[in-house]
Unconditional design. Structure first.
Length: 209
């Protein structure tokens, strides 16, 4: 999922840098409104857990790499705005200190995993939980699956339309979507397990119950 340097054409990389900066600027203004002293330690715990989970990568053919993301957990525990900031922080540290994801591709990686993943997961969870009266487990599972799958499809589109990458969009999108759709089952199960545990023991920590 982390796109390395050299996979994106310069104009595509710059476009997603600009888009991600714009969204993060807006998110930061919203976070200032919502920030709660009780949430600050939780932000660090969630970001730390996501950091460890994302360090486990394996390559996939016609794509970049597959790994757990954790965007749904961040969204459900922290809300979409603080969840986005937590995810973006993890991605920046991974990129600058560990070389996981390219510097030129950082905007695209933030867009995919901190913005698309987090916000898609949040709204899927909210829709199933509140509109369909879904249970906590099914809502969390669906959020985890949808978030990682949509993020992977975006990554597939980005590298697929780049002339710098040797595979076309007709290869990258199916490969990224299918592999992460399967991985999304595991992501959904883990998300549901974490959220259910928090719900049973500290429901006050959930952004939306």
């Amino acid at each position: 999922m982390h796109i390395p340097d050299g996979y994106l054409d310069l104009h595509i990389a710059i476009t997603f840098i600009a888009l991600s900066i714009a969204i993060l600027w807006y998110v930061l203004t919203r976070t200032k409104i919502e920030i709660d002293g009780r949430k600050i330690p939780l932000i660090g715990i969630v970001a730390g857990g996501i950091f460890v989970a994302q360090m486990l990568n394996w390559p996939i053919p016609g794509g970049t790499s597959a790994h757990l993301v954790g965007g749904a957990i961040a969204a459900i525990l922290l809300g979409p705005y603080m969840g986005c900031i937590a995810m973006a922080s993890v991605l920046i540290v991974q990129c600058l200190l560990f070389g996981d994801g390219g510097i030129t591709a950082l905007g695209a990686n933030i867009w995919n995993m901190a913005i698309v993943n987090v916000f898609v997961a949040y709204f899927v969870y909210k829709f199933i939980r509140q509109k369909l009266n879904g249970g906590i487990n099914i809502s969390s599972f669906a959020a985890g699956w949808a978030g990682i799958t949509l993020a992977a499809i975006f990554a597939g589109v980005e590298i697929g339309i780049s002339s710098a990458f040797k595979y076309s969009i007709y290869v990258t999108v199916p490969v990224m979507g299918i592999w992460h759709g399967l991985l999304g089952i595991i992501e959904g199960i883990i998300t549901a397990g974490v959220v259910f545990y928090v719900y049973k023991n500290r429901p006050d920590l959930l952004y939306l119950r």
